[in-house]
Each structure stands twice: as structure tokens, then as C-alpha cells.
Design a binder for this molecule. Structure first.
Ligand code: ADP
Ligand code: ZN
Ligand code: ZN
Length: 806
């Protein structure tokens, strides 16, 4: 059952049904008094349950298994390892259209007109939806006067007559990029001669044609804009060539899915990439997992594509995992360029129907689902024949699901998935996680390095700017040092682009009264409200509470409200004042909502419609912009002063990754980091891109303070709106855990934000030493949790277990 209960349940079927049913098929069943759910068949047996009487199933929903045996094995591992119910993994895995239940809400699809294709029952439901804008499955039961309605609703979904409730997706007309190619009259080489002769009197047009042939050697589709820039000819000239039937324009949607163009040959690897590829293949002879540690812009993606091609040639499927945020058109277009329609994208921002389609295509091993490009939930797809998994940016913390259960790490779940399929798995990063690098050093994983940027472009020059001194010498303008401003000016003068990184959105994170010192706080959370100037609002970044920015202090009434600290909005505004003739863009959570949010901004930056892009860490995720020569980090210190044992590692990763966006194609890039503490060891390591030194030093700390990769962590979080309750619960729990695990139990502590959405939060962390059995530890924790849940007073407390917590 798709519910958070540890047990499975037995239902009664007839002999005929038993013969038909297979593991992995769905059945509609009732549960409790009147609920209806979509259950999944795990086993078919003849042992009647002893504690309850088996109910009959309503209906069988599938003709073939929807879930494979390998998936079930994988789910079982996730459920055991991450200490959650199998039902929770089931619910997380299937697109919700597969999981109809009594509470599911359906709507009519306005685009559906052909009601003639509906059966009588389907038509009744469809008709009811003309009167009533939405119905629950429960209501469908009473409309049709029968219990067995799931297949009817499924039929309506399949025929696209109805849709089920989901987030409403933004309607966005994707941006079309204009490309140019030769008219079909002129494809062969000899006609080029004629063509040039024909144009002998039109100098500009000749230049355009010659420029076109030069660009053609790069084997990429040629953007009209690139051709204009390359040759200096105007759009009018290109247009006249189109009128003469020499060129033609065509458009490619920059957003996903249907790929219609032609594919191209893989790039020829450079010698270092060639070596890396050979090394990876060598390690795969012995190891299932290999880490590719390749600096930014070394061409890891090109190496992946070669491996992918080889696996496709063996007729196997490939899973390519990316952090959610990096799953932009850039990488989709890049892979489609080689693999065309063999790629399917699986993404939580896609609609339920799109996800159902991908599921079915993967299950049936369709040619268009040979390569799955997806964020973490793609590990749940019904692969039949997986040969390779690539986990790009394997260090990314967004691979770990935070809420709800299963709280899995997709990288680790992918390693297990690969094992189940006998597939190989390649983890790639310029800044591997300490855990992964450690495993590679221990020889558990294969290890391959790629230390050159493609084209031998040097890594960017990194410069630390001491803002403490700059303030003292009055060399700051707002939040910018004179040095950073000079570098920005220089880049803009050369028509290059700039990325500025500030890891905080809004205008300022704190508003404070200068008279009484009080700051407005969120009524629901223990945190100050962030000022958003564009909307003139105060907002809570934890619960989304918002209200208008007041004119005067709520505590003392003085109109002396001031802001403290700064976010992306403030930087954007300062820049607009400093560089009024340039276009400033901003990329953060506030500007990238909706399915196409990222694409719009990334597209505009790629098209050079934006000169300076200000943004949060979103900017650091694997983006490839050829014209960015300068990256500025406005305040490095906030990243490092975080009370978390991974703060230094993450600070290093973020800064190196964002630096890696500079100087990717031609000349060496420049990175300027503003800090109050330029002697901080992490900043020194960033400045020299010295991963190994960072690794060794952090590893030392992890050993000394008993953290991963040496010790494993299980974090328990309790939440309740009554502080006294959660406090007494956590104290009881701590004692119980302490008597089992002694000094390895830390806490109880309140997190930095100790109340969110009116829920008080307390944490306990259990450290598991290297030699202690993980299975036994988990068993003991489960036992203690069961006792906890048995105390009536504690039962309402939310009890969250997070294995390998971040
Ligand atoms: P990484 O993923 O390691 O940061 P990318 O794979 O994005 O690096 O490569 C950086 C840039 O260099 C990309 O624009 C890519 O197209 C180009 N590039 C890398 N390798 C080659 C190659 N062998 N031939 C041509 N271009 C390449
Ligand atoms: Zn005040
Ligand atoms: Zn709040």
C-alpha cells in the first residue's frame, strides 16, 4: 500500500485472478473503513492472515507488471537502508497518475472534444465534470453507483479526457532560437564555387557565405546571431540571402523534448580525455564504481558521451543523473545533439502525463528511452536493461532528498541500482564529496583524473580581495570594492560577460530598528524576515509568510528601520546604478519559478541579452557559457561561517564550481573573491584550486571529531507545535538512545531555526563508529522508536529518521 506503514497486507483473490496476477501489477483495494487505494502486488501466496480477515480486491489494474522485480529489490534496499516504509518508496517512485486513490481529484481536460470515443461509464463521469469542475474518486463511486471505478478513471486519463490534480504548470511559449543553413540548392561543395562567383559583386554577401562555411567546420547548428557576429554582416544582409534562396532560416526550440534535427558525430576527444576514457574502461574491468575527478571545463561531458555511445551499441539503457537545478536545456540540447531522440528527460517539473509517458517508454525499453536524463527521482524508473549510470556533479547535496521519506541519496541509491543490474557507474565532479574521494582513495572505487581544461585554457586566475581593508581605506562603493568594479568595467568594455555570486536572495536578510534594536520576525518561525525591495515586502524564507514592509518599527514606533546584510536584489540594484548602460540580470529562487524559469534567464544570458548576471548558488551548477570572463564572489565569509561540519567542504565546492564558469572557451578567466578573512585556509585552497589539500585537512577534522566518512550519522528530528511536549519527548528519547549507544549520541539540540511553521524542532544525532553494525544499530533505533510511539503523550510528535543526514 502506498502508505507510511511498515507492514504489507494480504488480500483475497479468486483462483482465476491468482493465475492472472503477477508481482508488480497494481490492484485497486479498499483499506480501512472507506478508503480506496492502488496497491501493488508483492507476492501471491496461500497463507491466510491470522490477525484479520483478508478483504477481496476490487480490481486488477494492469495486464502486465508495471513495476519490475529489480525495482522491488531496489525499493527494498531503500526502505531498509533509509529506515522508511516500503509503501513510502512505492509512493515516491510512481508518477501519481498511477496511484489513484479515493482522495485523488480529477478535472476535465478542456482540450478534449471527441466524447464519442468514451464508453458509457466514462461518458457519465465526463458529463458530471461538465457540471462540477472537479471530482474525487470517491464521488465518482457514487455517481456511477459502483465501487469498481479505477479502470474507468484510468481509461479517461489514457484518452486524455481528464487530468488529475497537480501543481499548475506555467504556460510558457518556449524561446525559439534562429538558426541558419544553406538552401537545399546549395549543399554540395562544387556549388559553393558557383555561389561565390554569383555573388562576386556583393561583397558583404560573399563575406556572409564564407563566414558560414568557416562556422560549418565546428559541426554545430549555426545561430544566425553567431554568423552576424562572426562576419560583422547585418541581419538585413542575411535576410537578402534568404530571399535569394541561398540561405534559409530555421528554428529550434530551446526547451525540451521532441527532437527533430539531425544528430552529429561525437567530438574527437583530446589526448587527456582519451586517456581518461581508457582509464575508466580499465577500472571498470575490476570495479563497479569509478570516480572521474575532472577540473571544471575539462570536458567530462564529452568523456561521458563516449561511454554512453559504447553502452548504447551493446543495446543497453543509460541513466544520466544530474542535480535538479542543473537539469537545464543546456545539457539536454548538448546530449540531444549527439543522441537525438534516444533521450528522454525525467524531471519533477514535468507534468504527470509526461512522466507517465517516460515511465512506460523505459519499461518497454523503447528506442526513445535508451538514455534517461533525470534528477534524483529517475533512479526509480523501471529499467530493464541498464548498462551504465553517470552521476554528474556527484558532490551535489541536492541528490539527497530531505523531505518527505524516503530520505535517500540518489547517488548512493544509484550505486545500488547499478549493482542490481550488473551495470557500471561513473561518478563525476570537479569537487568530489569527501565520502566519494575517500572511497576512491581506499580503492573501493576506481579513480581517474582529468587535470586539463579543454583547449589547454588555463584555470581562472583567482584573486582574494580583503574588504576589511577596503572599508578602512574607503575603497568600497556599496558592497563593491574598487578592484572588483574595475574588473567588471574591464570585462564589459571587452564585451565579455560577468557572473556575480551572492548566496542569499532578497534585498537584505535582516531589518532592524536603529532606535530600539528590534527586528521583525516571522510569526510562524524563529527567524527574522527578509526584505524584498521590488515587492516592498518582508518575507520568511522558511514558510513563505509575507507582509508589506512597515514604515515604522512595530516595537517602538520610530521610523528608523534599517537593513542589515545584503542579498541578490541589493546587488542587482547597486549594479544598475553603477553600470546604467549595461543589462543586469538576476537568477535566484525568486526569478526562476515555474517550469521554464531557469531556461528564460539562462537563454537570455546565452544570447548575450544580459551582461552581468547576479545569482545564488544556482549559478554554480554545471553551466557552460563561453563568453564569461569574470566571476565575482561578493561575500565568501557567510558560506564558511555556518555551524555544520560540512560547511568548509561546501564552501570550497561552491566557490570552485562558480569560479569554473569563468574563461571556459578562449582566454584565461578571472575570479575575484571579496572576503573579510583572506587568510582562511579554505580561501587559500580555493585560490590555488588545491582540492587535495582541502581534502586532507578536512579529512583530519572528520577523523578527529568523528564524522563521515569515518563515522556514519543518523539524525532524528522531533517536531511538534507544543514546545513542552517536544522537549519532554526528546529528553526521553535521548536517555533511551544514550543507554544503547552512550557517548555516540549527540544532543538534544535545537537547529539554527528552532521553530518552522509553528513546529518546534529538536534534533538528536547518532554517530556510528566504523566497526559497529549498521543493521544492528538501525534495529535498535527502530525498537526505541516503537517504544516511543507507544507512549500516548508522545504519539502526536512527528518522528523523522534521516540516515546519512546532510
Ligand atoms: P566539464 O563538464 O568538465 O566542465 P565540458 O564537458 O562542459 O566540461 O566541456 C567544456 C567545454 O569544452 C564545452 O563547451 C565542450 O563542448 C568543450 N569541449 C570539451 N572537450 C572537447 C573536445 N574534445 N572537442 C571539442 N570541444 C570540447
Ligand atoms: Zn524600534
Ligand atoms: Zn516563517
Amino acid at each position: 500500500m502506498p502508505i507510511p506503514i511498515q507492514h504489507t497486507f494480504t488480500y483475497a483473490v479468486s483462483e482465476e485472478e491468482a493465475n492472472f496476477l503477477q508481482k508488480g501489477m497494481r490492484v485497486a483495494v479498499s483499506f480501512g473503513k472507506s478508503k480506496m487505494y492502488t496497491g501493488l502486488v508483492l507476492n501471491i501466496h496461500t497463507n491466510a492472515p491470522t490477525l484479520y480477515e483478508a478483504k477481496e480486491i476490487h480490481q486488477i489494474l494492469d495486464e502486465k507488471p508495471l513495476v519490475t522485480a529489480r525495482q522491488l529489490e531496489h525499493w527494498q534496499w531503500i526502505s531498509n537502508y533509509y529506515m522508511c516504509a516500503l509503501g513510502e518508496v512505492y509512493r515516491a517512485s510512481l508518477p501519481s497518475a498511477f496511484l489513484l486513490e479515493s482522495e485523488t481529484v480529477i478535472f476535465k481536460n478542456d482540450a478534449f472534444l471527441d466524447s464519442a470515443v468514451l464508453t458509457d461509464d466514462e461518458f457519465l463521469v465526463f458529463e458530471a465534470l461538465q457540471q462540477q469542475s472537479q471530482l474525487t474518486i470517491h464521488q465518482v463511486v457514487s455517481i456511477l453507483g459502483k465501487k469498481k471505478v479505477m479502470p474507468i478513471v484510468n481509461g479517461l486519463i489514457k484518452k486524455s479526457a481528464i487530468v488529475i490534480k497537480e501543481e499548475i504548470y506555467e504556460q510558457y511559449k518556449p524561446k525559439l532560437i534562429k538558426y541558419i543553413r544553406l538552401h537545399k540548392n546549395y549543399t554540395s561543395d562544387d556549388s559553393l564555387g558557383n555561389l561565390l562567383a554569383e555573388l562576386s559583386n556583393a561583397k558583404k554577401q560573399r563575406e556572409a557565405v564564407l563566414g558560414f562555411f568557416q562556422l560549418l567546420t565546428t559541426k554545430k547548428p549555426i545561430k544566425a546571431k553567431d554568423l552576424e557576429e562572426r562576419t560583422g554582416v547585418s541581419a538585413t544582409i542575411l535576410k537578402s540571402l534568404v530571399t535569394k534562396d541561398i540561405f534559409e532560416f530555421y528554428h529550434i526550440q530551446t526547451d525540451r523534448v521532441q527532437f527533430k534535427g539531425e544528430t552529429n558525430d561525437l567530438k574527437v576527444l583530446n589526448e587527456f580525455q582519451e586517456q581518461a576514457l581508457a582509464d575508466i574502461k580499465e577500472t571498470f574491468k575490476e570495479k563497479e564504481v569509478t570516480l572521474l575527478h575532472g577540473i571544471t571545463s575539462s570536458g567530462k561531458t564529452e568523456v561521458y558521451t563516449k561511454l554512453i555511445q559504447e553502452v548504447l551499441d551493446q543495446g543497453k539503457q543509460v541513466l544520466f543523473l544530474l542535480p535538479e537545478i542543473a537539469l537545464t536545456t543546456q545539457i539536454i540540447v548538448r546530449l540531444q545533439f549527439y543522441f537525438g531522440e534516444q533521450i528522454s528527460v525525467f524531471h519533477s517539473k514535468y507534468s504527470i502525463n509526461e512522466r507517465v509517458e517516460v515511465w512506460n517508454n523505459v519499461l518497454e525499453n523503447k528506442p526513445k528511452a535508451r538514455i534517461i536524463l533525470g534528477a534524483r527521482s529517475a533512479v526509480f524508473l523501471p529499467f530493464s536493461n541498464l548498462g551504465l549510470i553517470v552521476v554528474d556533479e556527484e558532490h551535489e547535496t541536492s541528490y539527497k532528498q530531505f523531505d518527505p521519506a524516503p530520505r535517500y541519496n540518489a547517488r548512493d541509491a544509484a550505486i545500488v541500482l547499478a549493482k542490481i543490474h550488473g551495470a557500471k557507474i561513473l561518478l563525476g565532479s570537479a569537487t568530489p564529496s569527501l565520502e566519494t574521494y575517500f572511497n576512491a582513495q581506499q580503492n573501493k572505487y576506481g579513480f581517474v583524473e582529468l587535470n586539463r581544461r579543454h583547449g589547454n585554457v588555463q584555470l581562472p586566475k583567482i584573486e582574494l580581495i580583503n574588504v576589511k581593508e577596503k572599508f578602512k581605506k574607503k575603497e568600497m562603493k556599496g558592497h563593491f570594492s574598487d578592484r572588483l568594479l574595475a574588473l567588471i568595467q574591464e570585462a564589459l568594455d571587452l564585451k565579455e560577460q560577468v557572473i556575480l555570486f551572492q548566496n542569499r536572495r532578497g534585498y537584505s536578510p535582516v531589518v532592524e530598528c536603529k532606535t530600539c534594536g528590534v527586528s521583525p520576525e516571522c510569526p510562524n518561525c524563529d527567524v527574522t524576515l527578509t526584505f524584498h525591495k521590488f515587492k516592498n515586502e518582508l518575507r520568511c524564507h522558511y514558510c513563505n509568510y509575507q507582509r508589506a514592509m512597515p514604515n515604522s518599527c512595530g516595537a517602538c514606533g520610530s521610523n528608523t528601520l534599517d537593513t542589515k546584510g545584503f542579498g541578490t536584489e541589493q546587488i542587482e540594484l547597486e549594479l544598475k546604478a553603477l553600470f546604467p548602460y549595461f543589462k543586469i540580470g538576476r537568477m535566484d529562487l525568486d526569478t526562476t519559478r515555474g517550469k521554464h524559469g531557469y531556461q528564460k534567464i539562462i537563454g537570455a544570458f546565452e544570447a548575450k541579452e544580459i551582461d552581468v548576471l547576479v545569482g545564488t548558488q544556482m549559478l554554480s551548477k554545471g553551466l557552460d557559457f563561453e563568453n564569461v570572463s569574470l566571476v565575482g564572489i561578493l561575500n565568501a565569509d557567510t558560506m564558511l561561517n555556518f555551524p555544520d561540519f560540512r560547511a568548509h567542504e561546501r564552501g570550497y565546492d561552491m566557490m570552485v564550481q562558480v569560479s569554473g564558469r569563468a574563461g571556459r572557451s578562449k582566454k584565461q578567466g578571472h575570479v575575484a573573491i571579496q572576503t573579510y578573512n583572506p587568510f582562511h585556509q579554505i580561501l587559500q585552497q580555493v585560490a590555488t584550486t588545491n582540492y587535495t589539500e582541502m581534502y586532507k585537512e578536512q579529512l583530519q577534522d572528520r577523523w578527529q571529531y568523528k564524522y563521515p566518512p569515518y563515522y556514519r550519522l543518523i539524525k532524528i528530528t522531533l517536531k511538534h507545535k507544543d514546545y513542552i511536549k517536544v522537549d519532554s519527548g526528546v529528553n526521553w528519547l535521548f536517555k533511551a538512545l544514550y543507554s544503547s549507544f552512550g557517548e555516540h549520541v549527540l544532543g538534544p539540540t535545537a537547529p539554527v531555526v528552532s521553530r518552522i511553521r509553528n513546529q518546534y524542532i529538536k534534533n538528536i544525532v547518532i554517530k556510528i563508529p566504523p566497526k559497529q553494525s549498521l543493521a544492528n544499530t538501525k534495529r535498535q533505533i527502530t525498537k526505541i522508536k516503537n517504544t516511543f510511539d507507544a507512549v500516548a503523550d508522545f504519539r502526536p510528535i512527528r518522528f523523522i529518521i534521516d540516515v546519512d543526514a546532510y
